[in-house]
Write a protein that binds this ligand. Structure first.
Ligand code: NIG
Ligand code: FE
Length: 416
């Protein structure tokens, strides 16, 4: 679906550029009060003032939206999700309310392994329908690109089944957003390999990565104490990088293990979570230009301290925000709550959250040259807010202030 669309009389608010904005530059938003966006065959052909707008060719049809009273932002990029999975885990949530910890549930074979059991027996069609439900909700909240991970198979067949589901979602002709696939075979050590982590890494290197090649853009790892330690993570990620995968890490989420430092050493595109990042980890990520993808909904749902967003930004790191939607640690894909938590509890400004969810999210999925800002040449992905004041983003705590979502120049979601 690629449309021709003119959005007129709109307040354009956007970061600018084709790479992540680091540190203080995250606050640099271009604002055009009386703006116009023209999208031609799905690509932005003009984003500027109403006054200077070019005439479109009279023989070409354009849909028109008078967006007076609205802010236009670039479509949001949710750069870290686990949106394909079998089953649900409400009981686990109940156990955590009674004091159980996320890792102790995982260590007794629950947690990720219980979703693995459910995903292995689920059909592709059911997995796809379920994921599409989340995609539809995300689109209503302004998301126009989502990253989706495998990681609930932990055997070659099911990991590939998950990547095929993600691939089918991505190529659905009427799909409402871009879908980017990540291979996360290293999400947990499967039951069959308990106590034999190195052998499971061998299996991933020998069998899973070659099978995932061409189906996933990224390789990710849950780099954590008693899951994949630093050495095991390094071995897997190096092999993946040699095969042409871009790299991501679940880093320093539960304990300070050195995942941030490893992300810098390996030139990863992003390191994610980072609740327990060390000062050296922050500095290494700044020096290496690794995007810090922070996931406030997970910290909220696990009742953990939030990631040190201010320290990252003030050290010159590019910060992205994402939801981490998954059936366990964070069963929420709420963009509005992500923004509110980032502003209220992580010290981020509204401007920084906008950059974090647009251009920096785009960089975190390796697509900053194509999406993430409202500029000629980029994909026609736009969020219209139901207000001309973008402070509504955190002000509507957990409520949706998005009026319409536009993907490739086509209106894909409208909220009353
Ligand atoms: O990003 N920490 C590891 N992975 C996910 C949780 C997955 C799950 O609990 O199912 C996360 O938090
Ligand atoms: Fe995650």
């Amino acid at each position: 679906m690629k449309g021709n669309l003119i959005i007129s009389n709109v307040r354009i608010v956007t970061p600018v550029g084709r790479e992540a904005l680091k540190g203080a530059a995250m606050s640099d938003l271009l604002t055009i009060s009386d703006g116009c966006i023209i999208i031609t065959e799905g690509i932005i052909s003009y984003a500027g003032s109403m006054e200077d707008r070019p005439m479109t060719r009279p023989d070409e049809h354009y849909d028109e939206i008078d967006a007076k009273g609205c802010v236009a932002l670039p479509g949001f990029v949710d750069s870290h999700t686990h949106l394909v999975f079998g089953g649900f885990r409400p009981d686990e949530f109940g156990w955590r309310l009674q004091g159980d910890s996320y890792m102790s549930i995982m260590e007794r074979g629950g947690g990720i392994q219980s979703t693995v059991n459910a995903t292995r027996v689920e059909s592709m069609e059911t997995l796809k329908q379920k994921a599409q439900w989340f995609i539809d909700r995300m689109s209503e909240m302004g998301v126009t690109t989502v990253e989706a991970k495998s990681g609930y198979g932990l055997d070659t067949a099911t990991e590939i089944k998950m990547l095929d589901v993600i691939g089918e979602l991505a190529s659905e002709p009427e799909q409402r957003l871009n879908v980017v696939a990540t291979f996360l075979g290293a999400h947990a050590v499967p039951r069959e390999y308990a106590g034999r982590t190195e052998e499971y890494v061998d299996l991933m290197v020998r069998e899973m990565l070659p099978a995932a090649k061409g189906k996933a853009r990224f390789c990710d790892v849950f780099c954590e104490r008693n899951v994949f330690e630093i050495g095991e993570s390094r071995r897997l990620l190096k092999a993946a990088s040699d095969m042409g995968f871009l790299l991501k890490l679940h880093a320093d989420e539960i304990v300070s293990l050195g995942g941030a430092e490893l992300s810098a050493e390996l030139g990863a595109v992003s390191a994610d979570h980072l609740l327990h990042v060390s000062e050296k980890g922050i500095k290494d990520m700044a020096d290496a230009g690794v995007v810090a993808t922070l996931l406030p909904l997970t910290a909220f749902a696990l009742k953990e301290e939030y990631a040190p967003a201010r320290r990252f930004i003030d050290s010159g790191v590019a910060v992205a925000l994402a939801t981490d939607l998954n059936p366990g640690s964070c069963f929420s894909g709420s963009i509005p709550l992500t923004i509110a938590l980032a502003c209220l509890y992580m010290g981020m400004t509204v401007e920084e959250t906008i950059t974090a969810l647009t251009l920096n999210g785009a960089a975190a999925v390796g697509m900053a040259d194509r999406i993430g800002s409202l500029e000629a040449g980029k994909q026609g992905d736009v969020v219209l807010l139901g207000s001309d004041n973008y402070n509504v983003l955190p002000y509507y705590v957990g409520m949706n202030c998005v009026k319409a979502t536009i993907h490739n120049g086509v209106v894909v979601s409208v909220n009353p």
